[in-house]
Write a protein that binds this ligand. Structure first.
Ligand code: GLC
Length: 636
């Protein structure tokens, strides 16, 4: 385990006090501690063993964990026991995920309970609430500038409301996912305030600089996340008289994970959230938490040691809780977030950003080459792990994650993504997309917009509906948990934004308030809302009915470039990325054909006419007594 990451080998003294389970743990947790203490101590010594006072710190840390473990509620302890028997609970869940801002979806946490039936209509099994913890006053990056990890933002409710919501969701079979923003805190967080006020201890929580040359050298290796809205990765603090590392906005101060106190505080914050009923922790900006001079300060080996240690902490105190990596990095770097080896797990979930971006690019380019390459390069995951397959989220579409994929195809990134964004940003003759560049002067950086605007959705325009269906079709057809981004279930378009401010954060374009009218129309025959809502329900049903849940994935050979053929078990999903219809010869056998907006499956064999942007879900028709044969390219 450690060799792969180059961790220092640790000789453990036989009577190491850290390895003696403190009696303050409950008997069950003591057993878990006995099972995991060695690995946890190994990770933490690897990271912090050289620190003066490390042993005392570790002893204190474990005592704090024991304290939190004592506070864990009975219902969550029951969940801990159940999930110990089914460690692959998340990967095996048949529900979909749904992501929303509390206020935009339902005003506040209490009112959100009233929306549970709506979520059930969509088959939601995992609900991601975007940040709701106490956030910075004024600009706060949609709540990602956290001022207090233990409090809820007052307008959204209280800690008691959060606990009640988590329990209500659980009763309905929905797990609550929430962010743990590990990389930074708001500049008005008590740690930042104390540091600015001269507290040397708290100054050690942040990375600060005085030497402009050192700063310039560091900056030269870094990618800016918001080059136009928040240029540079450092911010000047007048009070400190120093530069502070701030990867995102200047008011989000990066934490210094070389300091064990930072690790300890954040691990406890994480366990606290788990004790409030958060079942999946979305590890926000995971790749950035460890800095190394001379590198791009992303995906460093220590990031994985920290995530591994966090996992082990949860294994002891709140084992029912899973981690979800928000690692929007090149496809080749994402895999590490599941763990360096199957016996050293980190996160059980990760956003499949390569799948998302390549699906959009394939749609824009009218052929499935990029997407096919991503599917081929996506290996099977360990049993307890799963992808989050998403079309859109609250962030922009970040194209750089496709760099290695374009290279693998022998294509020039700038050329291919340049062609993609010209379509996505509505710059081609007769184009359909109404997206905008998230950084005006760097079009290859990212794209903002709701799915509806990005596919040019218009009532009565079947091609636009088919494009919509195609994107979500990919996410439902592949192994993983399909995620619906709030508003997409209703075909909701962009929010109205005053975009004349060049420093405006374009991501607010795709963060509208749920459209109450569309919501009411979702059952009204013939409305756009009903067609889209029905589509997502149909995809959920097709996924369950047509695809064997435990089947891996293979690519069907012999199809035109425009068509992606995904095989799961004996079933086959064909998706046409071209506006032009395709005449396909089906693999031999008799098939049951399921298609969106077609009330009944049909029996077919031999030929299939797939309209432009059309899709077909095919299941061997057992009643016919013929066997269907597929010829495949298997991913690694
Ligand atoms: C993640 C969030 C994004 C936020 C950033 C900084 O990438 O998804 O919205 O701006 O982290 O916290």
């Amino acid at each position: 385990m450690s060799a792969a990451l180059g961790w220092p080998a640790l000789a453990q003294p036989a009577n190491d006090p850290i390895l003696c389970a403190p009696t303050e743990f409950s008997p069950e947790a003591q057993q878990r501690y006995a099972a995991h203490a060695q690995a946890l101590a190994c990770c933490l010594r690897g990271l912090y063993g050289g620190h003066p006072g490390f042993d005392d710190w570790l002893r204190g840390f474990v005592a704090s964990l024991a304290c939190l473990e004592q506070q864990r509620g009975e219902d969550l302890r029951t969940l801990d026991r159940q999930r110990a028997l089914a460690p692959d609970w998340l990967a095996r869940s048949s529900g979909v995920a749904y992501s929303c801002y509390v206020d935009r979806f339902a005003t506040d946490l209490r009112a959100l309970q009233g929306r549970i039936p709506y979520l059930r209509e969509l088959g939601v099994g995992l609900l991601h609430l975007l940040p709701f913890l106490r956030m910075r006053d004024g600009a706060n990056d949609g709540g990602f500038a956290v001022s207090d990890f233990a409090q809820v933002q007052p307008e959204l409710g209280s800690v008691a409301d959060l606990v009640a919501l988590g329990a209500a969701l659980r009763r309905d079979g929905i797990s609550l996912m929430a962010d743990i923003v590990l990389n930074h805190v708001a500049d008005d967080h008590p740690w930042a305030r104390a540091a600015a006020g001269g507290d040397a201890g708290k100054q050690g929580y942040f990375l600060t600089f005085t030497d402009p040359e050192e700063l310039a050298a560091l900056q030269s290796g870094l990618d800016e996340v918001f080059p136009e809205q928040a240029p540079g990765s450092f911010t000047w603090s007048q009070e400190l008289g120093r530069w502070v590392w701030a990867t995102f906005y200047g008011y989000q101060w990066d934490l210094d994970y070389r300091n064990p106190l930072v690790f300890g505080e954040m691990a406890l914050a994480m366990v606290h959230l788990a004790n409030l009923g958060v079942e999946v922790l979305r590890v926000d900006s995971a790749p950035y938490i460890w800095k190394r001079k001379g590198s791009d300060c992303r995906n460093q080996p220590e990031v994985h040691m920290i995530l591994r240690a966090m996992r082990l902490v949860l294994d002891v105190v709140a084992p029912a809780t899973a981690l979800n990596a928000e690692a929007i990095v090149d496809c080749v770097d994402i895999l590490g977030y599941f763990g360096s080896t199957p016996d050293a797990p980190e996160c059980a979930l990760a956003y499949h950003s390569g799948l998302m971006t390549s699906t959009w690019a394939s749609l824009a380019l009218g052929n499935a080459r990029l997407l096919r390459q991503v599917v081929l390069a996506t290996p099977a995951l360990p049993a307890a792990c799963s992808w989050l397959n998403y079309v859109r989220c609250h962030d922009d579409i970040v194209w750089s994650v496709l760099r290695s994929t374009t290279e693998a195809l022998g294509q020039d990134f700038a050329e291919l993504i340049g062609a993609t964004v010209r379509v996505m940003h509505g710059q081609v003759e007769g184009g359909w997309s109404r997206g905008i560049a998230s950084q005006r002067h760097r079009p290859l950086h990212g794209t903002s917009g709701m799915t509806a605007d990005l596919v040019g959705l218009r009532a009565g325009d079947q091609a636009s509906l088919d494009r919509y269906a195609l994107l979500y079709g990919v996410m439902f057809a592949l192994p993983g948990i399909p995620l619906i981004y709030m508003g997409d279930e209703l075909g909701q378009g962009n929010a109205l934004l005053p975009m004349d401010d060049p420093a405006a954060d374009t991501r607010w374009l795709h963060r509208p308030v749920l459209d109450a009218v569309a919501c009411a129309q979702r059952h009204v025959e013939g409305t756009l809302a009903q067609r889209v809502f029905g589509l997502l329900q149909w995809l959920g049903a097709a996924r369950r009915a047509v695809l064997p849940s435990d089947a891996g994935i293979g690519l069907q050979q012999g199809l035109p470039e425009a068509v992606l053929g995904l095989r799961r078990g004996g079933s086959l999903v064909l998706l046409n990325f071209s506006p032009v219809g395709q005449q396909l010869v089906l693999p031999s056998g008799v098939w049951r054909l399921h298609q969106p907006w077609e009330p009944q499956p049909k029996r077919i064999s031999d030929d299939l006419q797939l309209r432009g942007y059309g899709q077909a879900w095919l299941q061997p028709d057992e009643a016919s007594g013929c066997s269907c044969t597929l010829s495949l390219v298997e991913p690694p």
